[in-house]
Design a protein around this ligand. Structure first.
Ligand code: BV8
Ligand code: ZN
Length: 246
């Protein structure tokens, strides 16, 4: 059940911004990080998603990313992703998505204005010459990829302790500061600075909406918390928004 004020605020809005996390891809079969079935329940982020771990256990970290990349290559966007494409059709350039996800599913669904805060698993680069490599193959014989310059190749994702890409973070802060309506969808609100964006939006006067299957660390921030699957709630919001105003 979508509260009337959500549709009313969206009808009035010019600028709509969205922060997404792993939860929006859960219905596509991409495991989340935390919570039931989360990949980090077995592995600890410290052990894998940081540069020191990568230098210490390069083959293990590459094996983890390779496994995730293969899983992601076989996943498709879900109804929640496609509902955000519909919202971009309605609001045009005034609609932006800042995603913590590295699975490329927003782009695969058709959204154009996507800022990737934590990088993209389909891209890799050489830590010596910064050359991008897109077709990294990891197998028994080739467990650690090297660039033709001899440098080590790493996934183009942001690890703990690493700064977020400047352009994407700046644009995401701007989007939060200027939004009339701000959504936080499928994120547990654990990881900063991404998890700080909804409070930037709130402080700047946006009407804030959280969509999650459970309350999160930052739920108290939001004007409305919609508990449920993003693949159910987002299409419902789009349907009501498109209904003729009676
Ligand atoms: C930084 C990319 C400046 C790779 C990720 C000490 C030292 C250094 C830093 C810190 C420190 N203490 C704190 C920090 C900051 C740190 C941080 O926030 N740590 C946390 C854990 C406390 N942040 C950083 O290090 C960031 N950089 O601060 O730089 C700096 C520099 C030097 C020194 C100091 C500071 C970098 C953070 C980026 C880390 N990279 N991943 C990879 O993916 O492998 S983080 C990882 O978590 C993913 O990117 C993921 O996107 C992100 C957030 O997780 P969520 O997306 O929220 O996913 P999660 O599973 O948690 O939640 C899913 C949610 O969906 C749940 O709530 C669930 O209920 C819901 N859900 C499930 N199904 C559905 C659903 N909702 C709707 N519908 C459904 N169907
Ligand atoms: Zn190189």
């Amino acid at each position: 059940m979508i509260p009337q004020n959500v549709i009313h605020k969206l009808r009035e809005a010019k600028k709509v911004a969205v922060l997404t996390g792993a939860g929006i891809s859960a219905e596509s079969g991409v495991p989340t990080f935390r919570g039931a079935g989360g990949i980090w329940n077995k592995l600890k982020p410290e052990e894998l998603a940081n540069f020191e771990a990568f230098m210490r256990n390069t083959d293990v970290v590459w094996e983890w990313y390779n496994m995730r990349k293969e899983l992601i290559n076989n996943t498709q966007p879900n109804k929640g992703h496609y509902a955000l494409v519909e919202l971009e059709k309605i609001y045009g350039d005034e609609f932006t998505i800042s995603t913590q996800n590295i699975d490329n599913l927003h782009q695969k669904a058709g959204n154009k204005n996507v800022y990737e805060l934590h990088g993209n698993i389909t891209r890799s680069y050489c830590i010596k010459c910064n050359k991008f490599h897109s077709d990294i193959k990891i197998d028994e014989k080739n467990r650690i990829p090297y660039c033709d310059c001899g440098g080590l190749i790493r996934p183009d994702v942001v690890w703990f302790g690493e700064n977020l890409p400047e352009f994407e973070l700046t644009k995401s802060i701007e989007a939060a500061e200027n939004a009339d309506v701000y959504f936080s969808i499928g994120t547990s609100g654990n990881v900063y600075p991404a998890a700080g964006l909804p409070s930037v939006a709130k402080r700047s006067g946006a009407f804030t909406i959280e969509i999650n299957t459970e309350r999160t660390l930052i739920s108290d921030l939001f004007d409305v918390v919609l508990i449920g699957k993003s693949g159910d709630i987002l299409p419902e919001i789009v349907k009501l928004l498109k209904e003729e105003v009676k």
